[in-house]
Write a protein that binds this ligand. Structure first.
Ligand code: F6P
Length: 365
């Protein structure tokens, strides 16, 4: 009888998920004694009755590495340890179904699980591992906020999208002599903002790691007016905050979703600039989920393929509780517990920030 490997993609989608799935299937096909199963919508596919699982054959995954999203679906709500249940009065509560998930994996004769996901998904992987689940993690997220890997896949494609947006905003800002603010994703980390701001040549970049002083931002705008340039591009991370202030967010009412939905940093900044006396016109662009959709770029396809092959090989070695990681130029295995210990945030002493400052970029401090 063939061994069975189950793949789940969890959390917010990102470009490159399909390339990982394809790589696992192709590598496993070389052994001839494994079959690969996909759990639809993260672990929901195995948790629901009836179960929703699909066989992932070489035919099924042919050519999918160029497609965005994930052919097996995903969700960033709930999960096995916080499974949403509706009460009789219509309200919702969550229950721990971790053991039930393990029982179902056993019932399905699953010999290995590969959980492709970001911080939240890898926390689930770690808990399942501690309960005895034979699990391997693969780090994905546009936010690049998982520790112990140089990059997560999906990040570089998001940076491409954000950089393209900066390029486009430059021409319209210059024509109209305006301040254009671009809000990008990244949760509590400023990676996307900083990379896109440097690549696109923005004048100002505001990230969660450096609370901004609005008067410093005004200095740059005034200088751009005085030196005749007359326009400025500001890239702001969704998690950026003013000195003494907090992140801008709304509380989500979606059942089982993360309560805090970041967003609104650009509008708040626009208001703060007007209050601080900015006289030239300001417009805001919120890039949103465009950063998560569409085709992965070549870098992310490559990284995702490397992660997929390595994940299968870790399963062959039974290196349970490990996550594949990129340590240039190698793909290595790290304990999942290390990767989720703390967020990977922009280091204030990093060369990346030195580059930004060296180019004269205003970081709000
Ligand atoms: O973690 C990826 C991410 O896109 C973050 O950058 C963003 O804050 C969040 O997910 C958005 O989540 P949702 O898709 O639920 O709106």
């Amino acid at each position: 009888m063939k061994k069975r490997l189950l793949i789940a993609t969890g959390g917010g989608d990102c470009p490159g998920l399909n390339a990982v799935i394809r790589a696992i299937v192709k590598r496993s096909a070389q052994t001839r004694d494994w079959e690969v199963i996909g759990s639809i919508d993260a672990f929901n596919g195995i948790m629901r009755d009836p179960m929703h699982l699909i066989e992932l054959t070489e035919e099924k995954v042919a050519g999918i590495h160029v497609q965005g999203g994930t052919i097996i679906g995903t969700t960033n709500r709930g999960g096995p340890f916080e499974w949403p249940v509706k009460n009789n009065d219509g309200s919702w509560t969550t229950v721990d179904r971790g053991q039930d998930l393990l029982d179902r994996l056993r019932y399905q004769n699953i010999d290995a699980v590969v959980n492709i996901g970001g911080d939240g998904s890898q926390r689930i992987s770690q808990r399942l591992f501690e309960m005895g689940c034979p699990i391997i993690g693969v780090p994905k997220t546009i936010d690049n906020d998982l520790s112990d890997t140089d990059f997560t896949f999906g990040f570089q494609t998001a940076v491409d999208v954000a950089t393209d947006a900066v390029d486009k905003l430059v021409t319209t800002a210059a024509s109209h002599h305006r301040v254009l603010i671009l809000e990008v994703m990244g949760r509590y980390a400023g990676w996307i903002a900083l990379h896109a701001a440097i690549a696109g040549g923005a004048e100002v970049c505001l990230i969660p790691e450096i609370p901004y002083d609005i008067s410093k931002v005004m200095d740059t705008i005034n200088r751009r007016v005085d030196n005749g340039k007359g326009f400025a591009i500001i890239v702001i991370a969704e998690g950026a905050m003013p000195l003494g202030g907090g992140m801008q967010y709304t509380e989500s009412e979606e059942v089982g979703a993360m309560k805090i939905k970041l967003g609104g940093a650009a509008l708040r900044l626009s208001h703060e600039l007007k209050t601080a006396g900015c006289e030239i016109d300001i417009r805001e662009t919120i890039l949103g989920h465009l950063q998560r959709g569409g085709r992965p770029n070549a870098f992310d396809r490559l990284l995702a393929s490397q992660f997929g092959v390595k994940a299968f090989e870790l399963a062959l070695e039974q290196k349970w509780g490990h996550m594949v990681a990129y340590r240039h130029p190698n793909i290595v295995a790290v304990p999942i517990s290390e990767a989720i210990k703390e967020y990977n945030l922009v280091n204030l002493d990093s060369d990346l920030l030195k580059t930004a400052r060296g180019m004269g970029m205003n970081l709000g401090d």
